[in-house]
Design a protein around this ligand. Structure first.
Ligand code: ZN
Length: 324
């Protein structure tokens, strides 16, 4: 009895000392550099290198060289991330490329909390702009993060996650990163800009972009359009808006040649793009009150496509920035 108790406590000890996801460790061979060392353990991607430096910063010499006899932590083979806001099923994601390493995004879905934004209606179902914008924004965030970007999700709903429903349930749970959203428009917009600017000042990335996503439009045009707005004095904002528009034009030509899509880019004196410190683009993906536009948001595949296209545009813009 005594004996089995001893074994049991020994087992407990082992379990606590070596959790299931124990980090692999190894020592360097003589004369080995970090890249060689990582290659020996099949870690050949640049995120492996970045993660290794992060994990072992204190154990490297001042030129990021390895020291003999020191035990180093190996970065995980597959880089996995976890964002509970994506919902239970999609919280875990794989970082499958490093295209957006070094890029930082501030994603804001329009309205939220006490303000539903524009309200459409279909077959007795209310369609709230803030819910659809939020779903598309989350999908975009997940895309960007799986390509190695740092993403700040500014408007958050602790419960919703990414949803596949056609009719998205409405709620006023959304917060500005945990803070209640005020109903007053100026206070509401100032709050999200303050949050972005506070983060912006701490973020070290050289490439930082804010994206405001809406599904309404003040245009009288009957055309099925997407509007990209940038701040008048911002060449970088204009570049990003143009890049996004080009991707959308390309995609629409390919997938919906008959719909006569035309995205437009223009400067606009909008509070949020003026007040936020990072380069910003404000996008209206259509009008949720317009019955033809509604199809663009109702199907989850379409919401995913919109997120994919914006992601593609952001990648293109970042590549262009890096090649300068
Ligand atoms: Zn809006």
């Amino acid at each position: 009895m005594k004996h089995s108790l001893a074994i049991l406590s020994f087992l407990f000890l082992i379990i606590f000392m070596f959790p299931a996801t124990a980090q692999e460790t190894a020592k360097a061979n003589k004369g080995e550099g970090v890249l060689q060392f990582l290659k020996r353990f099949n870690r050949t991607k640049s995120f492996h290198f970045d993660r290794f430096i992060e994990l072992n910063r204190d154990k490297l010499d001042k030129n990021n060289g390895l020291k003999l006899g020191v035990t180093y932590s190996l970065p995980p083979l597959n880089n996995e991330g976890n964002e509970p806001l994506f919902g239970e099923k999609l919280a875990k994601y794989t970082i499958d490329s490093d295209e957006l390493n070094g890029a930082c995004f501030y994603l804001v879905s329009g309205h939220g909390g006490p303000d539903p934004g524009a309200i459409g209606e279909l077959r007795g179902h209310p369609l709230h702009e803030d819910e659809y914008a939020y779903d598309i924004m989350l999908r975009l965030a997940r895309n960007l993060m799986s390509k190695g970007a740092k993403v700040h999700i500014i408007i958050q709903d602790a419960k919703d996650g990414i949803r596949n429903d056609k009719y998205l349930d409405v709620s006023d749970r959304e917060t500005c990163m945990g803070q209640a959203i005020p109903l007053n428009q100026v206070k509401r917009l100032q709050q999200r800009c303050d949050k972005i600017n506070e983060l912006f000042k701490k973020d070290k990335e050289h490439y930082r972009r804010a994206l405001f996503i809406h599904l309404d439009s003040r245009s009288e045009s009957k055309q099925i359009d997407v509007f990209f707005y940038h701040y008048d004095g911002s060449a970088k904002g204009k570049h990003l808006a143009n890049t996004l528009q080009n991707v959308f034009n390309r995609k629409y030509d390919k997938h919906q040649p008959l719909r006569g899509f035309s995205g437009t880019v223009s400067p606009r004196d909008l509070f949020v793009i003026k007040q936020s410190l990072p380069v910003a683009v404000f996008v209206e993906l259509g009008n949720i009150q317009n019955s033809r536009d509604q199809q663009r948001f109702l199907l989850d595949d379409n919401r995913q496509a919109l997120a994919n296209w914006m992601c593609e545009g952001l990648i293109e813009d970042y590549k262009n920035y890096k090649n300068k």
